[in-house]
Design a protein around this ligand. Structure first.
Ligand SMILES: Cc1cc2nc3c(=O)[nH]c(=O)nc-3n(C[C@H](O)[C@H](O)[C@H](O)COP(=O)(O)OP(=O)(O)OC[C@H]3O[C@@H](n4cnc5c(N)ncnc54)[C@H](O)[C@@H]3O)c2cc1C
Length: 469
């Protein structure tokens, strides 16, 4: 591991002057904690005592002005900076592969303004997701963005990864919620967009930061849409004989203009893994709904959902309660990794016409690998034009890396062949670097040029978003 000594004394003392001694840290604990995010491979290496990457120091800025000063110093001394939110990313985006500084945003944790009339919240980027939602709930609102990582992720991380919450079918992904962004560029300039519902004044360049994964700027503040806390909630579940019938039902619900907050369609394997104690779903697929919002609209939505799901068997609320109660629990995954297993997830996006094909072919590809113990999938996050397919797989391989990359390769290549997107909400990081050129085509070349203009010294999160190998 590198340590603080590999950065020059003059650089470190200048950074210390900006943030204060208590906010520049380089203890072994700090460095280890910031040596990885939730990407599976560094976790598996860590279990074996290997820490291949480490920052040289960790900085906790408290304001945009401090970020500006630290970024300017880093540019002057050519020190790489890795922005770090909650470290819950699962694709290696926050792993400091070239050492340097990790800029941990958690002290920029203020909710600056909640505007009732405009239904907007202005927040600093390091605000913790759970704290944000709780603060809104106390005042009679919801942010509508509830990722499974809510307790361990930050608002800035959501924006930087184009995250999706579990209730996204109604409220939208984070890119649908962001109204304006303040960011610090690698030359220390602050860019800040207007808070206005729409505009026609050229491309809205703040959108560059959506999905930018820390390579174009440090997001310091954002204004997000919020919603009145739902008046009513209705829970529904249905058992189906396959995936096609419920997919058709959801497509028709969306087509008719209804937006249930949560829609999740589990294949038979996931029903067996997560819902086996609930009677009536054996060997079936499960479609569950959370409908919420204004009472009249929610009641009407229930009628429409029931009408379109007539080919399924109505199963009431039990499965939905079970999902609601357990939706943040991921302890099994950590236990399996400690036991030597590889357990990972891959989320993809597809239009309706390719949904079942994408499911079938990616699952077949994963099951064809000799080390695979199980491969399963569910659909969630629905749109008028399609959905997100979320795959899970596990294996007990002799070579972790070998199995891991084979599994990813089969899914990525199948998705590219079928014209789907290789990521719906986790991002590129290090994991998808190999396939990003094929995903984006000429847009990737354009993106590279934009990066060169914005960050000619390449100090911001080097090697991410497809720039590395
Ligand atoms: C158990 C679990 C469940 C998850 N569930 C979901 C889910 O439901 N939906 C979903 O979308 N994702 C999910 N994720 C993935 C992850 O939580 C999201 O990608 C989240 O948005 C990352 O936020 P973070 O603050 O932890 O970012 P980090 O992991 O710290 O960073 C992620 C990337 O963003 C960059 N970044 C972070 N903050 C900033 C900033 N202020 N400015 C510029 N760049 C920045 C980092 O450099 C890095 O490239 C899950 C992860 C886990 C471990």
């Amino acid at each position: 591991m590198t340590d603080k000594r590999s950065l020059s004394h003059s650089f470190l003392s200048a950074v210390q002057k900006v943030v204060g001694a208590e906010n520049l840290k380089a203890s072994q604990g700090e460095l280890i904690a910031h040596s990885r995010d939730f990407w599976l491979l560094p976790q598996a290496w860590f279990v074996k005592g290997k820490i291949p990457y480490s920052p040289s120091a960790v900085v906790y800025p408290s304001s945009t002005e401090e970020v500006v000063k630290v970024v300017k110093l880093s540019a002057k001394h050519h020190v790489p900076i890795v922005p770090y939110g909650g470290g819950s990313g699962v694709v290696g985006g926050a792993v400091p592969i070239t050492g340097g500084l990790v800029l941990d945003m958690k002290k920029m944790n203020r909710i600056l303004e909640i505007h009732n009339e405009n239904l907007l919240a202005r927040v600093q980027a390091g605000v913790n997701g759970w704290r944000y939602e709780e603060a809104l709930n106390r005042l009679g609102f919801t942010g509508g963005h509830i990722p499974q990582s809510l307790p361990s992720s930050t608002v800035g991380g959501w924006v930087a990864c184009r995250a999706a919450g579990q209730f996204s079918t109604k409220y939208g992904k984070i890119e649908d919620l962001v109204v304006s962004i303040e960011a610090v560029l690698p030359n220390g300039k602050i860019v800040k967009s207007k808070t206005t519902p729409r505009s026609s004044t050229g491309p809205r360049l703040e959108q560059l930061f959506l999905g930018s994964e820390g390579v174009l700027g440090i997001i310091t503040e954002t204004t997000l849409r919020i919603f009145p806390y739902p008046e009513k909630r209705i829970l529904l579940s249905f058992a189906f004989k396959d995936l096609q019938e419920p997919l058709d039902a959801v497509r028709k619900i969306m087509r008719r203009g209804f937006r249930p907050a949560v829609i999740r369609l589990y294949d038979e394997v996931e029903v067996g893994l997560y819902f086996r104690h609930i009677k009536g779903f054996e060997g079936k697929t499960l479609l569950l709904f959370v409908l919420e919002g204004d009472t009249n609209l929610t009641d009407l939505e229930k009628e429409i959902v029931s009408e379109e799901c007539e080919r399924g068997i109505f199963k009431g609320e039990k499965a939905v309660h079970h999902w609601l109660e357990n939706r943040f629990d991921v302890h099994l995954v950590s236990e399996m990794i400690k036991g030597g297993a590889i357990v990972d997830t891959i989320e993809l996006a597809t239009t309706w016409d390719k949904a079942t094909d994408l499911y079938r072919k990616t699952i077949e590809g994963l099951r064809a690998l000799s080390d695979t113990v199980y491969a399963s999938g569910h659909f969630s996050h629905f749109y008028q034009e399609g959905a997100c397919l979320y795959l899970s797989f596990a294996g007990f391989p002799t070579s972790i890396e070998d199995y891991y990359w084979k599994a990813w390769k089969t899914v990525m290549e199948t998705t590219l062949k079928l014209g789907g997107s290789i990521s719906h909400h986790h991002g590129v990081g290090l994991v998808r670097a190999k396939w990003i050129r094929k995903e984006l085509g000429e847009y990737f070349e354009l993106l590279k040029k934009i990066k060169k203009v914005i960050d000619p010294l390449s100090i911001l999160n080097p090697g991410k978003l497809g720039w590395g190998e």
